[in-house]
Ligand binder design. Structure first.
Ligand code: ADP
Ligand code: NI
Length: 221
């Protein structure tokens, strides 16, 4: 990803931390370093394809890429007992030479990326977007990786690792609980258009899955 020369050391150092953090034994394949790489790649695509991205410069690209790198750091689902996740993101940045303003901005963005927070408190996301439009890019980039073919794979990986009792059925339930709602929550034009295609993949997969599962259900009944 194109990082300005003067910030390359900071980015490389944060990247090394994130690589090790996401590759640890606590993280299953739904939230591993490859997820982070795909989110970075989606963010890059949004930044380059967004209309007017050449004339206006609405986004600070360093903020987008650092927030994309760090967006799953401090996630409560994966936090170890005793780990202080409250300001983990800003701490990591400060330790590596980022200034207070940058560290705080990225911490705030990371706190507001998640779906659950947005559903519970949509106004908080609207407020942060006014100040930090980069949140839109990171959210869309993360959500694109939850839908489409990779999204299907991640959902089953999560179900296998963390699902209680019924990993397959639990993962399929998660499609309706959350995944099909994500395309309607996209914020950028590029995100919306990429999500449309991926949503069809998701729906087609769910239809096939349910048809196959029903055949077995009839046999049982
Ligand atoms: P967010 O950061 O938007 O809150 P999460 O980190 O909770 O998203 O989830 C990312 C992905 O992990 C989901 O898109 C899904 O693939 C998987 N996942 C999370 N929770 C569940 C669940 N309860 N069942 C199956 N998959 C899940
Ligand atoms: Ni993520």
């Amino acid at each position: 990803v194109p990082i300005p020369e003067e910030h390359k050391d900071l980015f490389a150092s944060v990247n090394a931390f994130v690589h090790a953090y996401m590759s640890g034994p606590g993280h299953d394949n739904s939230h591993d370093y490859h997820h982070i790489l795909r989110v970075l790649s989606n963010a890059h695509r949004i930044l380059t394809q967004e209309p007017n991205s050449k004339s206006e410069v609405p986004y600070d690209i360093l903020v987008v890429y650092l927030a994309a790198l760090l967006h799953d750091v401090g996630d409560h689902k994966y936090a170890k007992t005793g780990e202080d996740v409250e300001n983990q993101v800003s701490r990591i940045l400060l330790e590596r030479g980022a200034d207070e303003e940058l560290a705080t901005k990225i911490q705030v963005i990371v706190k507001h990326v998640g779906y659950t927070n947005e559903v519970k408190n949509p106004q908080s996301v609207i407020d942060i977007l006014q100040k930090y439009p980069e949140l839109a890019v990171v959210q869309d980039a993360d959500r694109l990786d939850a839908i489409g073919a990779v999204g299907v794979g991640r959902c089953f990986a999560f179900g296998g690792a963390k699902g209680k009792g019924r990993p397959l059925a639990g993962a399929i339930d998660h499609f309706d609980e959350k995944l099909v709602k994500l395309p309607g929550m996209m914020k950028t034009t590029t995100g919306k258009s990429m999500a449309g295609h991926r949503k069809r993949i998701l729906e087609e997969f769910a239809n096939e899955f349910n048809t196959e599962a029903e055949l077995a259900f009839e046999l049982q009944g």
